[in-house]
Design a binder for this molecule. Structure first.
Ligand code: MLC
Ligand code: AMP
Length: 500
């Protein structure tokens, strides 16, 4: 048995014969995961002692291979940089360049798609990462473990760096608060380049000796079919997914509805997060499942910070109380603590908070107050012992389908299109998606065709970052200082936006 200083992997030794990962009917034990990740680690090391925080980018479908690669990178002392299969080549190229990734590991189905990136980092097929013997390094938990990309108020996404110790703190806050058990089985339908899928489900399951079951992608009937097999007892998703599950449920024949509702009653816990859960969705899901969804609040930079209780009252429209080990304050405009009932910015301190933005010391410095509080940019109020989110301090951050999206990033891409003279991008409130992206365009010259523009955008940006509504104007509304007034744009969309 190889010694490891990484608790997540060390703990797996005690669960060797248990199922760690399930994909369809295929089950993989913790022992499989330990052996495969060891082989991958040795192959990545290729005779070296330690990857010493080399960045290893990887692309694999959500499932067993993904987990083996993640653990393999960690056990070799590297930093895991997961890519997203829905991202077009320019988005992946940005991540490879920004992290200076040494290698890109992928499963065979992505090999030819990724070929254009081989000039940035050598591509290695997972199936070839095998066959060596040797020792694995001791990895200090204070070392960097992962970089996840998140959009901010400045143009391009930033790489959020977390250490092994920070990941562990993010996981243990949740396993304690939500009482994870070895016999839990969670269904994970979320992408594995964000904390919701990586920490809250995969990380918590593997820490607990439980099983993380994957579907290749979210599809409502496939989720219900998996539930009906009777083994899953935990589910976590973004509000858009609950919205879609409710819509699908309502289309089913009554007999199937009854069978599903009976099955859902048996679940231990159902969680919603990553965006505000509309009370109407909470109520409709309660009708169907008998569960009051547990809403919690988090961020790539800190994992989860605030949660409604596992036991005790879950207040609709509220996000709850700080998780174990996490300190939370609400700060006013002059950085003072605000009294209960007064809105303030959520600021967070604790072992869960990230280490830095990769290669961006100035941005990292600006993200924290002088006395070390992480400034989330989310505005909340504390009422009767519970926090309630009111909004964000920037109109340029959009949350759509649980994804955080920068309006400025989309604007920068749009401005490179020859037929776009100027543009303003905003989030338009929407019950299903939270917000949908609206782009207001000032065309250059002759008529601007929205269809081809949308197709062109999808080659530059992930589909979830592309606008769903457009508005053509002769000029953008601006204030006396010449700044585009985004709130005025939002209002224009309410009546006039064109869907594409
Ligand atoms: C997709 N579509 C959208 C859209 N995304 N329409 C409007 N707004 C959007 N954002 C449309 C597509 O164009 C397509 O339309 C149809 O929906 C299906 O596209 P898809 O790509 O197949 O979508 P789907 O798989 O259904 O995606 C929905 C989803 C996905 C909810 C599963 O958005 C998702 O996985 N979201 C979760 C993101 C996440 O993990 N966030 C956590 C970040 S961490 P057509 O017409 O072509 O059919 C974080 C911290 C924390 O936030 O607190 O957790
Ligand atoms: P991300 O940067 O993708 O990790 O998204 C983090 C952001 O999601 C937070 O800053 C919040 O704006 C938002 N968020 C997460 N959970 C909730 C919630 N329960 N209610 C409202 N917003 C949330």
């Amino acid at each position: 048995m190889a010694h490891t200083s990484l608790s997540l992997i060390g703990r797996a030794e005690q669960f060797r014969s248990r199922v760690a990962v399930q994909c369809g009917l295929q089950k993989y034990a913790y022992s499989d995961l330990l052996e495969a990740s060891r082989r991958i680690a040795l192959a990545l090391l290729a005779g070296r002692d330690d990857l010493a925080e080399e960045r290893i980018a990887f692309l694999a479908p959500p499932g067993y291979d993904y987990v083996c690669i993640q653990w393999g990178i960690w056990r070799a002392g590297g930093i895991a940089v997961p890519l997203c299969e829905k991202h077009p080549i320019p988005s992946m190229e940005y991540v490879l360049t920004d992290t200076g990734a040494a290698v890109l590991v992928c499963t065979p189905e992505f090999r030819s798609f990724l070929q254009p990136l081989s000039t940035h980092a050598p591509i290695r097929l997972l199936s070839n990462l095998t066959g060596l013997n040797g020792d694995l390094p001791e990895v200090n938990p204070e070392r960097r473990a992962m970089i996840l990309y998140t959009s901010g108020t400045t143009g391009l996404p930033k790489g959020v760096v977390t250490t092994h110790a920070q990941i562990q703190a993010q996981i243990t806050a949740l396993t304690e608060a939500w009482e994870w058990q070895p016999d839990d089985q969670v269904l994970n339908v979320l992408p594995l380049h964000h904390v919701h899928g990586i920490i809250n489900m995969l990380g918590c399951a593997l820490w607990s000796g439980a099983c993380c079951e994957f579907l290749p992608r979210f599809e409502p009937q496939a989720v219900f079919d998996a539930f009906l097999l009777g083994e899953i007892n935990l589910f976590m998703a973004v509000p858009t997914i609950y919205f879609k599950l409710i819509a699908h449920y309502n289309e089913l024949p009554e007999k199937q509805q009854q069978a599903l509702s009976a099955c859902l009653q048996g679940f231990r816990l159902m969680v919603s997060g990553s965006a505000a859960l509309p009370v109407s969705v909470l109520e409709a899901w309660r009708e169907i499942s008998g569960h009051t969804l547990l809403e919690r609040y988090g961020m790539t930079e800190m994992g989860m910070a605030i949660s409604n209780p596992y036991r005790g009252e879950r207040r609709p429209g509220f996000i709850g109380q700080p998780l174990p080990g996490v300190q939370v304050r609400l700060a006013g405009e002059n950085r003072e603590d605000v009294p209960a009932g007064t809105p303030g910015e959520i600021q967070v301190k604790g072992p869960n908070v990230f280490r830095e933005y990769w290669g961006k010391p100035e941005e990292t410095r600006k993200a924290f107050t002088k006395d070390g509080w992480f400034q989330t940019g989310d505005i909340a109020v504390h009422e009767n012992g519970s926090y309630r989110i009111l909004g964000r301090n920037s109109v340029d951050i959009i949350k759509s389908g649980g994804y955080k999206i920068s309006a400025l990033e989309i604007e920068e891409v749009l401005r490179t299109h020859p037929q776009v003279k100027d543009c303003g991008v905003v989030g338009i409130p929407d019950l299903e998606w939270g917000e949908v992206i609206g782009a207001c365009l000032v065309p250059r010259g002759a008529t601007l065709e929205l269809g081809p523009l949308g197709e062109w955008l999808k080659e530059q940006l992930p589909s979830y970052k592309t606008p769903r509504q457009y508005l053509l104007l002769e000029e953008l509304p601006r204030n006396v200082l010449g700044k585009v007034t985004k709130n005025a744009l939002k209002e224009l969309f309410t009546n006039q936006g064109k869907e594409v």
